[in-house]
Design a protein around this ligand. Structure first.
Ligand SMILES: Cc1cc2nc3c(=O)[nH]c(=O)nc-3n(C[C@H](O)[C@H](O)[C@H](O)COP(=O)(O)OP(=O)(O)OC[C@H]3O[C@@H](n4cnc5c(N)ncnc54)[C@H](O)[C@@H]3O)c2cc1C
Length: 397
């Protein structure tokens, strides 16, 4: 049986393992972290097309994970003017809609599915290098151990080591000029925002929030940041300092934003936002890339995880149906590249609208209600959300 080494146990790597097993391939996952972290990251919009891709593998994450359904998004200007409403994905035939899920919870449930399928995940295995060997590939980890397989799939995220090894000249991730800061608040007394996530285009920054039935509030802010911050600088900022900084940033905007910030609990996560508009090389010999490792999108479209899930399913179908690995990888790239690059570009335009200057802001607040009606209808987003993958469909090379 073909043996695949999957590098990375994020959303993409885990989904790849489930899909490859279905395709009759024996996967093993190697993850750099020493152990699973159920509280990693903040929360993700898992869009209906991503949920649908998982359904192709009979995985029902919307039900399994503790998600909050968000079929619609309401946009506000910082001054409190309602700019309009946009559908967040489509409704799947059984009524499932896009959900917001904690990243740790999503990964935990995918890991459980992987384990149920009897697939091994080895933690504390950080890929250092690989070399092609007769009929396969040998991966070397930073702990000095090695393992050999027939295929190696790099699902190791935006700063992918696999990508660098595969193509030393691959463009570095592009910093988008945004810093995403987020966390949780309790005791706000706000009504649950049932089925809805709210977005506020503030004077200086952008804010998103939802309130669960329990009263717990999930929020994030996108702050304008012209220069790329380094990790050390961000790690040194305390939750109290973040709160004060954001209270200043949203001082002139809807009071609900400051109310949520004043009730934050626990840690505040801060992430510079990057994307990768295009990667010249997606695969070579026995090695291929998926997810953020090859086409990271900025979070504005809420599609990065869904793209990784779709990649995983399509890659497995190609390996199942193609006569050899090169044909499978070439077909996978042909099927996926146009779609993912379109999503990355679309998400970047959304990111740009969050950092408008004073003049553009006035124009945006005037025009957005019209633009949302004209260009943000379910029909105009159908290319993104209505993408359906039928597992039984045979892929032609
Ligand atoms: C602030 C923020 C908000 C976001 N919001 C959303 C959202 O709402 N909706 C959405 O769909 N997407 C969102 N995204 C994007 C989403 O997080 C990614 O697109 C998605 O996680 C990609 O999955 P992946 O498996 O390709 O990579 P990752 O999730 O990054 O997983 C990569 C894995 O590889 C491991 N790894 C790294 N290097 C090595 C190595 N050398 N050896 C072994 N293992 C390694 C990592 O530890 C990690 O576990 C957001 C991203 C950010 C930064």
């Amino acid at each position: 049986m073909t043996r695949a080494l999957i590098i990375g146990a994020g959303v993409g790597g885990l989904t790849t393992a489930i899909a490859l097993r279905r395709a009759g391939i024996e996967p093993v996952i190697y993850e750099a972290y020493d152990e699973p972290d159920d509280y990693v990251g903040l929360f993700l919009n898992t869009a209906s097309n991503g949920l649908d891709a998982l359904r192709a593998l009979d995985v029902d994450i919307a039900r399994r994970a503790d998600g909050f359904p968000i079929p619609r998004m309401i946009m506000w200007s910082g001054t409190g003017k309602r700019l309009g409403e946009v559908a967040n994905g489509t409704t799947l035939p059984d009524g499932t809609v896009s959900v917001c899920v904690r990243r740790g919870e999503l990964q935990k449930q995918l890991r459980a599915t992987v384990r149920d399928a009897g697939i091994a995940i080895e933690f504390g295995k950080r890929l250092d290098s690989y070399r092609n060997v007769t009929g396969g590939v040998t991966a070397r980890f930073t702990d000095g151990t090695e393992v050999t397989g027939d295929l190696l799939i790099g699902a190791d995220g935006i700063h992918s080591r696999t990508r660098r090894l595969l193509d030393p000249h691959a463009p570095a991730p592009r910093f988008t000029g945004l810093l995403s800061v987020g966390g949780f608040s309790r005791g706000t007394g706000l009504e649950p925002t049932t089925n809805t996530q709210h977005f506020v285009f503030g004077k200086r920054a952008f804010f998103g929030y939802l309130v669960r039935e329990s009263g717990e509030t999930y929020w994030f802010a996108n702050l304008h940041r012209p220069d790329e911050p380094n990790r050390q600088e961000l790690a040194g900022v305390t939750p109290g300092q973040w709160r004060q900084h954001m209270l200043d940033q949203f001082a002139d905007d809807m009071p609900v934003v400051r109310h949520i910030l004043n009730n934050l609990v626990g840690e505040v996560g801060a992430y510079p936002v990057y994307d990768i508009p295009t990667s010249p090389i997606w695969h070579s010999g026995p090695v291929a890339l998926i997810g953020d490792a090859v086409h990271a999108t900025s979070p504005s479209a809420g599609q990065g995880a869904s793209m990784a899930m779709e990649d995983a399913v399509v890659l497995a179908q190609c390996l199942r149906d193609a006569p050899d690995t090169t044909t499978a990888y070439t077909t996978y790239e042909r099927l996926r590249r146009p779609r993912v690059e379109k999503v990355v570009a679309y998400s970047k335009t959304l990111s740009n609208s969050k950092t408008a200057g004073p003049v553009a802001r006035v124009f945006r607040d005037l025009m957005m209600p019209v633009a949302l009606k004209l260009f943000a209808s379910p029909k105009s987003h159908a290319w993104m959300y209505d993408h359906h993958i039928d597992w039984n469909h045979r892929i032609a090379a």
